[in-house]
Design a protein around this ligand. Structure first.
Ligand code: URA
Length: 438
């Protein structure tokens, strides 16, 4: 493609036209080779964010992304191979409950995960809170461990969808993350490259998510499902609430402790338990298990300790201290200071969920920039949800911090982040839509 054609393609997108798969391939191929300037790619991205990408463009973009690097071959595994992906949220530790549930049900989960950025946490950071845990497995180690014990979670290598890494960094600094076509192609390219035959997406909606509006989140879920199915993967999605934290923990070691408490059956009925069961059942349904039977199976595998046993085997296989499953809070790193926040009596009317994630990041649980060092022990424990009535005596939040000053700084802001009022409020529906599952 000559340099002259690039501005013509950008102009076509700017004016509401469509680019063909060949044009997108040529444009982004030239970018990868360093023949197109970042400013030109940023202009194309912004034109697409404003005008919208068509389904055909999103499918083509996904293909270009997958073709930019290595893919994982899981065809030798007994199967069914399952992958689960969340679009990112606050206190969202479902992977660590759903993957052992699926392993206990006989599926194989070979998961390549990422690190946290901004207000959202990352599975790899959380797992590294377990002393000794290794996330740097080779692709062969991931596949053979998934075959042996049903689950493996490792860092995606630099060679898996490298174009997504470049584009994501550019989107991050050009306000072009929030586009259904770009998010769906980014998410689905990594799922397709990861090799699983069944893909379950947890698309978040609410203040703590990329898509705040449930209808927008559902449209994103539908687009992801269409892309997955167009590539021969059985794909489904749940749209779930992210207007408030999902699990009670926000912060790496705290989230691991909470996930293990869910697996130990100590948090029955809480939102993280219910979301994990719904996601695991939906994933089993994708593998051909009827809906009612899938729900019964995952509930039984949580109750009888099978999922906890799989989690212990997974921790041991990746070098972590397996006694973490017996007494997580004795094994995981603990912050030097814990301070409660006890608000006056009232009812919880809602959260600034993103800000809650940012407060945990400010304590040291998250990074502002790629490469920032984390403190795996710090974070927040949030014991209330929208609709809860507070008595004025019980802590709503416990802050885990490095210093008293850090903890007091966060406590000073909590009244702006958790909204209380005297009148009653309704709880928010957890699962807001099911896509591709009926
Ligand atoms: N998660 C991704 O992997 N990509 C996006 O673009 C947004 C969320």
């Amino acid at each position: 493609m000559t340099t002259l054609e690039i501005p013509v393609l950008i102009a076509r997108k700017r004016d509401g036209g469509e680019l063909t798969g060949d044009e997108l391939r040529a444009f982004l191929g030239a970018y990868l080779r360093g023949e197109v300037e970042e400013a030109q790619v940023a202009a194309l991205l912004m034109a697409g964010v404003i005008r919208g990408f068509t389904d055909a463009e999103a499918v083509a973009l996904t293909e270009v992304l997958v073709a930019s690097g290595d893919t994982v071959d899981l065809s030798a595994l007994r199967g069914p191979t399952v992958d689960k992906h969340s679009t990112g949220g606050v206190g969202d530790t479902t992977t660590l409950v759903v993957a052992p549930l699926l392993a206990a049900a006989g599926a194989q989960v070979a998961k390549l995960s990422g690190r946290g950025l901004g207000h959202t946490g990352g599975t790899l950071d959380k797992l590294e809170a377990i002393p000794g845990f290794r996330v740097d497995l080779s692709a062969d180690e991931v596949a053979s461990q998934a075959d042996r014990i049903g689950l493996a979670v490792a860092a995606a290598t630099q060679d898996l969808v490298p174009l997504d890494k470049k584009l994501y960094a550019l989107r991050d600094v050009t306000a072009t993350v929030k586009s259904p076509g770009l998010i769906a192609s980014s998410v689905m390219s990594k799922k397709l490259a990861g090799g699983a035959q069944h893909v379950l997406l947890d698309v978040k909606s609410g203040d703590g998510a990329f898509m705040e509006d449930p209808a927008e989140a559902e449209a994103l879920a539908e687009l992801c499902v269409r892309i997955g199915e167009a590539h021969g993967r059985r794909t489904g999605a749940l749209v779930t609430d992210m207007s408030q934290p999902l699990g009670d923990g926000i912060g790496n070691a705290i989230e691991i402790a909470v996930a293990i408490e869910v697996l130990r059956g100590e948090r029955r009925g809480d939102r993280l338990t219910r979301a994990s069961l719904a996601l695991a059942a939906a994933a089993l349904q994708l593998t051909g298990v009827p809906e009612g039977q899938a729900a019964e199976t995952v509930a039984r595998l949580l109750d009888d300790g099978s999922a906890l046993e799989r989690f212990g085997a997974f921790v041991a296989a990746q070098g972590g201290d397996p006694s973490v499953v017996d007494d997580p809070r004795a094994v995981l790193p603990v912050a030097p200071v814990t301070l409660p926040w006890i608000p006056a009596a009232g009812t919880v009317h809602g959260f600034s969920c993103r800000r809650l994630g940012e407060l945990a990041a400010r304590l040291g649980a998250g990074r502002q920039r790629q490469g920032d060092q984390l403190d795996l022990s710090v974070g927040l424990e949030v014991g209330v949800r929208t609709g809860d009535e507070l008595d004025g005596d019980t802590p709503a939040v416990v802050v885990h911090a490095r210093t008293e000053d850090d903890a007091q700084g966060v406590i000073a802001e909590l009244a702006d982040v958790i909204h209380l009022a005297p009148e009653p409020a309704d709880p928010v529906e957890l699962v807001q839509a099911r896509v591709g599952l009926d």
